[in-house]
Design a protein around this ligand. Structure first.
Ligand code: X2X
Length: 338
């Protein structure tokens, strides 16, 4: 007797062009190429909304041959786990922050030098220009592919459950969470704080249980990850501009047919540019929204922070670590730093 499982029935229909109807339900054809994409942000963040749009566009333009499956919100593990998964091909795509991919590609943290960028014009000129090209080349050397357009995370701001942070002096001894990032650790140590590296997946509970008192992130992240629930005040410091590199496993990327590569790259780069616009728009309302949720805002004295970083030798040290070429490209975009 032949036993028909769902699988054998599906297989028997696979050769036919019409979609089979079984028990009244349409069975969709499985995509020929399934590409997994993991990230660390809640579904409601513009990064996930635009990535889903890119995935839908790719499915449509490849007539269903290619499916990009999104695993948001650290479903596949934290940043460190996803970085190794994208390296070994367990997932095809990942969007690490520049700070995080810098654990593997040190020069990628160049955009995060403290107080380097004064506005978004400078940011996109640099990241769509020489600075970005330099970083993408370095990313390719570790056998990853970086799409051309970087996605926006934003200017990072500091929040705390303790007393408001107004000048560099308020940083002394502050237990502040930073991403898994050598530059962030060095920068906050230079400010005399007590930084601790934690993956983003652990931040909410670390703040809730007071393992740390403070953290720093762009306002849209503080909003979607509900960090305002476990923090009292936010210092508008703009101390780092941070973005996400949309990266692919090098071998998986090169293994895709050229026509598919073209469709995927256009969809992802266009989505990235649209996502920048979303963050820009969000920035107009996010502070008011967070205030209405109980987070108090205060200004900071940026000169006191810059002076402290300069005195502690932070700029000099990182100029050496990044090297003359990268530093020159950055200064070409933003002016002299140290
Ligand atoms: O972990 C963070 O703070 C975040 C979400 O901004 C990054 O991905 C670096």
């Amino acid at each position: 007797m032949t036993v028909f499982t769902r699988r054998t029935i599906l297989r028997s229909f696979a050769a036919t062009s019409a979609l089979p109807v079984l028990g009244g339900a349409m069975i969709a054809r499985a995509a020929e190429i399934e590409l997994k994409y993991g990230n660390n942000l809640p579904l409601s963040h513009p990064l996930n909304i635009r990535a889903q749009e890119a995935a839908d566009r790719v499915a449509k333009e490849t007539n269903g041959r290619v499916e990009i499956k999104i695993f948001p919100n650290n479903q596949l593990g934290g940043d460190t786990d996803m970085l190794s998964q994208v390296r070994n091909g367990g997932i095809t795509f990942f969007t690490p922050s520049a700070l995080v991919i810098a654990t593997l590609v040190p020069v990628a943290a160049i955009n995060a030098v403290g107080f380097a960028f004064s506005d978004y014009d400078q940011v996109w000129k640099a990241m769509d220009g020489g600075v970005g090209a330099h970083v993408r080349q370095a990313i390719e050397k570790v056998n990853l592919y970086a799409f051309e357009k970087m996605w926006d995370n934003g200017f990072r701001q500091m929040t705390t459950s303790g007393k408001p942070i107004e000048t560099a002096k308020d940083m002394a001894g502050l237990k502040i969470r930073v991403p898994v990032s050598p530059l962030s650790i060095a920068m906050f140590k230079s400010l005399d704080a007590a930084p601790a590296s934690l993956q983003f997946s652990e931040v909410y509970s670390a703040l809730q249980t007071k393992v740390v008192d403070a953290q720093e992130n762009p306002l849209p992240i503080i909003q979607v990850a509900k960090l305002f629930e476990v923090q009292k005040s936010c210092a508008v410091s703009n101390h780092i501009w941070d973005g996400f590199w949309f990266i692919a496993n090098g071998r998986a990327w090169r293994g895709l047919p050229a026509d598919i590569q073209k469709i995927v790259a256009s969809a992802i780069n266009d989505a990235g540019v649209a996502q920048r616009g979303d963050i820009k728009k969000l920035n107009e309302t996010v502070q008011t929204d967070l205030q209405s949720k109980g987070l108090a805002f205060n200004k900071t004295d940026p000169d006191s922070f810059r002076a402290k970083l300069r005195e502690s030798g932070f700029y000099k040290e990182w100029q050496e670590r990044f090297g003359a070429e990268a530093w020159g490209l950055l200064e070409g975009a933003v002016g002299k730093l140290a």
